[in-house]
Each structure stands twice: as C-alpha cells, then as structure tokens.
Design a protein around this ligand. Structure first.
Ligand SMILES: Nc1ncnc2c1ncn2[C@@H]1O[C@H](COP(=O)(O)OP(=O)(O)OP(=O)(O)O)[C@@H](O)[C@H]1O
Ligand SMILES: [Mg+2]
Length: 809
C-alpha cells in the first residue's frame, strides 16, 4: 500500500482493481436471508461501484469512527451517496438506499492533515434500516446478487461498447490508455458497465442511476448511450480545438511575416518610399484640375490610403483608382477650329466625293461659329457597306475640327459592364470602354467614333445598348456614371459619330437619337477617281516609290476594279494596289528591271489570273430562265433563276441557298401564276401532274430578300406557258399575290450591274422611278428603263411567242 501513488491520475480518482487485492480479503458475512449489518459511511460527490478501488477522503468525525470500528471488528463497510452534496449532516431520508458493500484498507494520514482510506467495492446492497446513529452509523442491508442471465445480444453489445470506449479513451485525455486494455479483459457485462461508468466524467446522479440498474444487460445499454453522447461531445470539441489552432497558427504566421517585412522594409528605407509616394499623390491631386465633387472623393480615397498599413493588399486597388481619376480629362479640352473653308479643304484632301456627308459637317461647323458654345453636338450615324470610308471620314472630320480622335468598336459587345465598367468591389474591376477611351484621348471634347453599333449583342449579362442610350442622350450624358468610377462624368462635349453596315440591326431607340447619313456603294467611275487621287498616291508613297517609278494606265485601273474586286467600297481595291506597289518596290530594291508603265496586261501579270469574271449574260432566249438582279454588300449583281417542271404531283422544290423571304416570294409567285391560268392559257391540270423545281445557280452564295419576286414569277410563267424569256432583259421587283409590283432597294446598283453585263433593258417597279436620278446621266443614256405596275406589264415585255420566233406585237 505504501508504494501506491495517489498523484498518478490526479483527475482520475478511481483505481483499477488489483492493486493490493490481498488487502481486501475481509470475509463477507451475510446470513442465510442475505442480510448484513455493518458500519456505514456517507459518500459525498462519489459513487463506489462493486469491484472498483477508490480512495475515500474522510472529513466527518462520524465517518472516521465508522472506519475505525470496521477496522477494529474486521468488518466490511456499507457506503452510499447523499442526495444533496451540500447537506452537512444528512439524515436517513437524505441518503440513497442503493449502496455498495466495501472492504477498506489502512487509514492514511495525508501531508495536508486530511485522512483517506482505500476502499474496494464488493457488492450492491439495499439499505433496509439504520440501526444506530452514534458514535457512528450502522445499517442493516440486503445483498443484491448480480443476475447472471445473458440476453442473446449481450455479447454484441459488449463488443460495441468496447469499440466506443476505445474511441472515447483515444479522445479524452483524462482517461489513461490502460483503461481500455483493462476493459478488454472484463467479460462480465455488469462489471464492464460498472468499470466504464466509474471512468466517465458524468454527474453523481447519473452514476447513482447506473448503480441502481440491477440487470447487467440494461446497465450496459445505458453505458453505450452515455459513451455515444460522450464521443459526440469529444469529437465536436476536437473540431473546435483544431479550428482554433489553425486560426491561431495563421494569425501568428501573418503577424510574424508582417513584422519581418516591416523590418526588411525599414532596412531598405522603403517605408519612407511609401510615405513619399503618398506625398507625391497628394501633390498630383492638388495640381490636377478637378470638379469639386471629384476632388472631394479623391481626397477621401487618399485619406483611406494614408490610414492603411503599408502592405495592405487594398493599397494597390485604391492607388489604381486614384490614378484613373488623375489620368482622366475632367476639364481639359481642345479649342475647336471653326474655319469652314479650312474644314472643306481638309475633308476634300482626305476623301473623294461623299458630298452629302461633307456638307453636313460643314453646316455643323458654320452653325457652331454663330451659335453659343453650349450648342448640343449632333450624333451622326454613318450607315453603308464596308469599305466606303465611314471610319476614315470620321478621322478626317476630327482633323478638320482640330479635335482629338478616338474610336472603339462595339462589334460583339454583349455585356453592359463593357460600356459602363464593373463596380470596384469586383475583383479586377476596370472602367468601361467609354471611360477608357476618354483617358486615352486626354481631352473631354474629342470626336468619339463608336464603330459597328449594328453589331451590339445583348444577353443575360445585361443590355449594352441601354448603357449606350445613356451615353448618346444629350439630356443625360453630362452626368454619365461609370460603375468603377462611381462619379459623374461629363460626356456632353464629345462629338459622337457611330457607324454601321445595316440600319435595320440598330436598336430603334438608338436610331432615334441619331442623325443617319447613308454612304452608298461607289460606282465604277467613283472608284476610278478614288484610285487615282487617293489609293494609288498613298500606296506609292507608303512603299517608298515615286510617281516617276510607276504610272497606271486607265485601262489597268478598270481591270483592277472589274476583275480583281467586287465590292461596294474600295478596301480590296486598295489592297490590290498595295500588292502591286509591294512587288514593284521589291524589284526596285533588288535592282531588277521593273515596269514603269502599268498596263492592263501588267496588272494581270502581277496579280495572277482574274478573280472575278464579268457577270454572265445569257446567250439566247430560253424557256424557264429569267435574269434578275440582286443587291449585295458588294453592290449590284445579276442572277439567273431557272425553273423546270417534270412529271409529278405538284410539289415545289427550291434549291440554291434561298433564304426564308425568298422562299416565300417563290410561293407567292407560284400562287399568282396558278391564279392566272386562264389569262395565260395554261392547262390547270399541269399544276397537279408536274413537280416544279426552282433553282438559283451559284449555290454557295446565300440569297435572300423579296426583290426577286418578279423574276421568279416570270420564270414560272415561262416554264408553264413554254414561252421563252428574252435574254437581253434584266428585272427586279417585289410582287403581291395579286400580281402588283412593289418597289425594292438598290435599284441604282442593280441597273448598273445589268449595264456592266451588256444588258440594255431594265425592268423596275414604277415606284422606283426616282432612284434612276441617282445614276449619272451619261450612264443612263444608252439604257432603256421599263417602269411597271403589274406582272402583266412584265409579261408583255419579256415573254416571246411559244414558237420561239417573233415577239408579241
Ligand atoms: N471616298 C473615299 N476617298 C478616299 N478614300 C476612301 C474613300 N472611301 C473609302 N476610302 C478608303 O477606303 C478604306 C476603307 O475605308 P473605311 O475603313 O473607312 O471603311 P468603312 O466604311 O469604315 O468600312 P467598314 O464598314 O467595314 O468599317 C480606307 O483606307 C479609306 O481611306
Ligand atoms: Mg469602319
């Protein structure tokens, strides 16, 4: 007993049985009814389980007397806990009636003047009667023998409890490892339950409850529930613990790194650098001419920057923001040059023709001269085919006005934020394109070109055209708010010019704000002029040549236009000229012989085989083949339509990449033809007995639009009446189901395409008559234009008699 170390498990007063077992060899002295009569000890805050060894600390006189009596008489002791641990002198009602018979060892006087005794529980007992109260208590009690009846699943329960206990021991640092090993060796369910109950940190009431469960299986069941609960709590504790640990580790680490950085920066003198930068920023803000609100906001941001520790990640963000404000032109603007004559000269020097646009610009400048400075700028929208000089004229206008020029392309912009920017809370936020362009240009009154407004997209990220509306609205654009800046910016002094290829694709609300100026495709003679006056001199100069090096013959220019390009504008033309200039420049550089005079032959030589051949003109009149004219981005083009019929059931087949509108036109043409069987002398049965195939050759080119209606109808009528169509006539026009001919677009281009192909008779809707005025007189003179109101008019002109001989009188 002397070598027993009470301090071994300071928080675990229970000891394992086995320690000095021989000490507890007192006989158990019940009578045949299982009744014993012994001294009694009141326990406070502890429950002694059978088989368990535990030091009992003795405070009360009466308790010491009971122990002494037991020792003297070689008796066992009966112990039970008091219900209320605060009671100083509990009576019989204050004590639990289920207790434990215990053997006791020697009485030990502890260094701190207290007394303790080592006790081992023996059996459960039920206290029947208190037989004596002084000088110590004696009780009569009935011994409760363990029920030795296993239930079928007791074994399984024991195993489960051991597994749980193993986990609890692993997590609970107050239970020594050996406890599990000991539990493994206990093969009595009741005993196992008692042992585990004595190790768990549970309230006395719970322990007492377990002591009072007499059926070992039930007791173990209760223990398993207790263990599961305990485990849950322990796991949760563990989680919290490790989170706390991580948090502590991280902040320690950060703190440590920051300290180090501070020291390093101090060593390098960089802390001063930061301070110096702040000073510089402050000076820059003071120097910059800013509107009041903007200045206030900027200074607020600077103050935030000042208050920040030098290595805060937010510093970069705030600095960038301040830099944006400092770089933007808030007040800076250029003086307009309002000299109309000078402007006219500049515009003519840069571009051939385009009288309407040039006039509009000169008007604007003239009005600005006399109107007040605050006159609203018009918002111009240049609409026309590619390469017709929209963008480059914009540049030229800026030059004429003496304004800066800036351009952004809206093609494919689908996100509102691209126009208006992202809020600063967004990672990597930036101002939108409008503000970016303003920074680039550096004055607040540039000519701002918004290219390709017709190619704006819209999707779930918001509608960019809504943002654009605001930009282009003179009522609102003096206070345009970019999300990133979060400040009002004045765009009202900007001269906006937008460009588009098609008017239809521009949102109507936008169209409404703008003054549309159309750029039409160039005629051949205009192209000649542009070539001679602009493209050739420019390319010659850019390639380091002089006019003495090369001279283009007139015929060569025609070949360039007709055989190497087919376009409304002059972009490819310029490219071809550049190719020639490049090849010659190379010959010059290599000191080879080179042609000074560029002939048509030389052009074909330098550029290779012609890329386009003249529009194909039919050689003879045919049944079911009509010549129409189409209006494409490249200008006017001829197009043949073929109709054939074959035995069948009246099906309509359409081939040659026809768009939806053209298919509908074909249906309408067929309906009209069927309605006219009597007038035209067609056997109505033929429509039921034959299939109709309509084909537009050059199948790879998509074709659409209503203007082929007349041509389709004529080809159909020709096929059913078997009267050939004149091959020297071209036609255009939309039709109605009742055979009326409606006006169409691009008549000028179509007529000129026919003329180019050598067709001298052109049939067009009467309503298009005034378009003829747009064709230069000398080109009009040798052509015959037939204005029509109805299909019947066309039939009269183009259908030959069925014998293929003479025309109808
Ligand atoms: N009337 C003209 N006089 C002189 N050069 C011209 C003329 N028209 C076009 N060009 C030249 O043609 C080239 C193409 O013009 P630009 O880029 O302005 O076309 P665009 O109308 O903006 O076409 P897109 O619709 O494809 O943007 C430029 O080099 C331009 O200088
Ligand atoms: Mg352009």
């Amino acid at each position: 007993m002397d070598d027993f170390d009470f301090n071994q498990f300071p928080d675990f007063p229970e000891l394992f049985p086995g320690f000095g077992d021989e000490l507890f060899d007192r006989p158990m002295t019940e009578d045949e009814d299982g009744i014993i009569e012994c001294p009694f000890l009141t326990l406070r805050d502890v429950v002694l389980f059978p088989q368990m060894v535990m030091p009992l600390f003795i405070g009360r006189e009466r308790s010491l007397a009971a122990i002494n009596a037991a020792n003297t008489n070689h008796e066992n002791l009966i112990v039970a806990a008091q219900r209320d641990s605060e009671a100083l002198d509990p009576g019989d009602d204050d004590l639990f009636t289920i207790g434990t018979e215990a053997s006791i060892g020697r009485v030990l006087r502890m260094p701190d003047e207290t007394t303790s005794v080592l006790a081992q529980g023996r059996r459960r007992v039920e206290i029947l009667e208190f037989t004596q109260w002084t000088p110590y208590i004696r009780v009569r009690a009935r011994v409760i023998e363990d029920i030795d009846k296993w239930q079928p699943n007791t074994e399984a329960l024991m195993r489960a409890v051991r597994v749980l206990f193993d986990k609890v021991v692993g997590l609970n640092q107050n239970i020594p490892e050996e406890a599990y090993a000991y539990a493994l060796n206990l093969d009595e369910p009741g005993w196992l339950a008692d042992f585990i109950a004595s190790t768990l940190t549970v309230p006395v009431a719970t322990r007492q409850e377990i002591l009072e469960i007499l059926d070992p299986h039930d007791r173990l069941q209760t223990i398993s529930i207790l263990l599961a609960k305990e485990l849950e709590v322990l796991e949760l504790e563990g989680e919290i613990q490790s989170q706390v640990q991580q948090e502590v580790d991280r902040s320690h680490r950060e703190h440590f790194l920051r300290e180090q950085m501070r020291i390093i920066q101090g060593e390098l003198g960089e802390l001063d650098v930061f301070g110096q930068e702040l000073n510089e920023l402050q000076e820059a803000i003071a120097r910059k001419n800013l509107p009041e609100g903007v200045r206030a906001k900027t200074e607020k941001e600077l103050a935030r920057l000042n208050a920040m520790p030098p290595m805060s990640p937010e510093i970069g963000i705030i600095r960038t923001y301040i830099d944006w404000i400092l770089d933007l032109p808030w007040v800076e603007e250029s003086a307009d040059n309002l000299d109309v004559r000078n402007a006219a000269e500049v515009l003519d020097a840069d571009h051939y023709g385009l009288p309407r646009v040039k006039d509009r610009i000169l008007e604007y400048i003239a009005v600005r001269r006399i109107a007040s400075d605050t006159m609203r700028s018009p918002i111009l929208c240049f609409v026309g085919p590619p390469g017709t000089g929209k963008t480059s004229l914009g540049r030229s206008i800026a030059r004429a006005l003496g304004r800066e020029f800036v351009r952004i392309s809206l093609g494919g912009v689908r996100d509102e934020a691209e126009i208006r920017g992202h809020r600063r809370t967004y990672i990597g936020a930036m101002p939108g394109r409008i503000i970016q362009a303003m920074r680039r240009v550096g004055t607040r009154n540039p000519l701002f070109m918004l290219d390709e407004v017709d190619k704006l997209g819209a999707d779930f990220r918001g509608d960019p055209s809504a943002a654009l509306l605001e930009v282009l609205d003179p009522e609102q654009n003096n206070s345009f708010v970019d999300h990133y800046l979060g400040l009002e910016y004045d765009l009202s002094r900007v001269l906006f010019v937008t460009t588009a290829n098609y008017l239809d694709s521009i949102p109507p609300a936008l169209q409404d704000r703008m003054e549309v100026i159309e750029f039409s495709s160039y005629l051949e003679e205009e192209k000649l002029g542009i070539l001679k006056q602009f493209l050739i001199p420019r390319q010659i100069e850019q390639h380091g040549l002089t006019r003495k090096n090369i001279q283009f013959e007139e015929e060569a220019l025609q070949v360039l236009i007709r055989e190497y390009t087919r376009e409304a504008g002059v972009r490819n033309l310029e490219r071809e000229v550049a190719t020639i200039a490049r090849k010659i420049a190379r010959m010059v550089a290599e000191r080879k012989r080179y042609p000074r005079q560029i002939t048509a032959e030389k052009v074909r030589d330098l550029l290779g085989p012609p890329r386009f051949i003249e529009d194909i003109r039919l050689d003879e009149d045919e049944v079911g083949v009509a010549t129409g004219a189409a209006w494409t981005a490249a200008g006017g083009e001829l197009m043949t339509i073929e109709v054939n019929t074959m035995p069948g059931k009246g099906n309509l087949i359409l081939t040659g990449q026809l768009g939806e509108v053209m298919r509908e036109s074909a249906q309408a043409a067929l309906t009209y033809t069927r309605s006219q069987v009597e007038v035209l002398g067609i056997d109505p049965e033929r429509f039921e007995r034959r299939d109709i195939h309509i084909h537009l050759p050059e199948g790879a080119v998509p074709k659409d639009g209503p203007s082929a209606g007349v041509t389709l109808a004529l080809a159909l009528i020709s096929a059913f009446t078997e009267r050939p169509i004149r091959h020297d006539v071209a036609m255009t026009g939309e039709i109605t189901l009742r055979g009326r001919v409606l006006p169409v677009g691009g008549v000028r281009e179509k007529a000129l395409a026919a003329r180019r192909a050598g067709i001298r008779t052109f049939i067009l809707p009467r309503k298009n008559e005034r378009d003829l005025m747009e064709i230069p007189k000398h080109l009009r003179q040798d052509m015959k234009f037939v204005l029509v109101d109805r299909i019947d008019d066309v039939v009269k002109v183009v259908l030959q008699p069925s014998d293929g001989g003479q025309r109808e009188p």
